[in-house]
Design a protein around this ligand. Structure first.
Ligand SMILES: N[C@@H](CCC(=O)N[C@@H](CS)C(=O)NCC(=O)O)C(=O)O
Length: 198
């Protein structure tokens, strides 16, 4: 398999965390691209011009992180969508993914509108980030050591992306449970191998 990626995208990180946790890394070649430069054949693989895109061994190009996760869950264990408490796991993941979407909306919004952070949409996106982290603090996901799942990969992705992209705020201030949760994930090979960087 081949993964079009960059080093900052939280959507890429979700996929890379899944690849690591499922022990698939040796089956995936990763190609770093700048999605804003529209390189070929990346653009041919995903007309939206966004990372991540996974090319399967059969040559299918799958874009959209959630769809890639669905595919990876089909081909390798452990599942990231455990049946026993699926709804609760998805509910936690939804909060984290909402915060992640909000964070990327601000980063992308700034490209065309320098005042994006403080306009009507930007203000709502900041609220989403702060409230999402507050809810994760109120009910943190399971530790990776207990099991990897869509909730903990989404939570670590959201928290790390927000603190990475918006370092002017102390996002974990007043969120001791989430801070402690994040500290406990330190050293997890998948988490360490996928940290965002520029
Ligand atoms: N819904 C998509 C979002 C992917 C996305 O927004 N990727 C960003 C990087 S974080 C990107 O490639 N942006 C380029 C663009 O928006 O043109 C997913 O889940 O994969």
């Amino acid at each position: 398999m081949h993964l079009y990626a960059n080093t900052t995208s939280p959507f890429v990180r979700l996929v890379r965390l899944a690849i690591e946790e499922k022990g698939l890394a040796h089956r995936v070649t990763t190609e770093i691209v700048d999605p804003w430069a529209d390189p070929e054949p990346f653009l041919a693989a995903n007309p939206a011009g966004r990372v991540p895109v996974l090319i399967t061994d059969q040559g299918q190009a799958i874009a959209e992180a959630h769809l890639i996760l669905r595919y990876l869950d089909e081909i390798a264990a452990p599942t990231l969508f455990p049946a026993a408490d699926l709804a609760a796991t998805l509910a936690t993941a939804a909060v984290a993914l909402g915060a992640t979407e909000a964070a990327t909306a601000v980063i992308i919004g700034r490209k065309s509108s320098p005042a994006f952070d403080t306009d009507m949409v930007g203000t709502k996106r900041y609220r989403t980030m702060a409230e999402g982290l507050r809810r994760l603090d109120a009910a943190p996901p399971r530790d990776f050591a207990e099991r990897p799942d869509i909730a903990n990969i989404a939570a670590v992705t959201a928290l790390d992306y927000i603190t990475f992209r918006f370092p002017d705020r102390d996002w974990l201030s007043g969120l001791p449970a989430l801070a402690a949760w994040r500290a406990r994930q330190r050293g997890r090979p998948s988490v360490e191998a996928t940290l965002p960087f520029v």
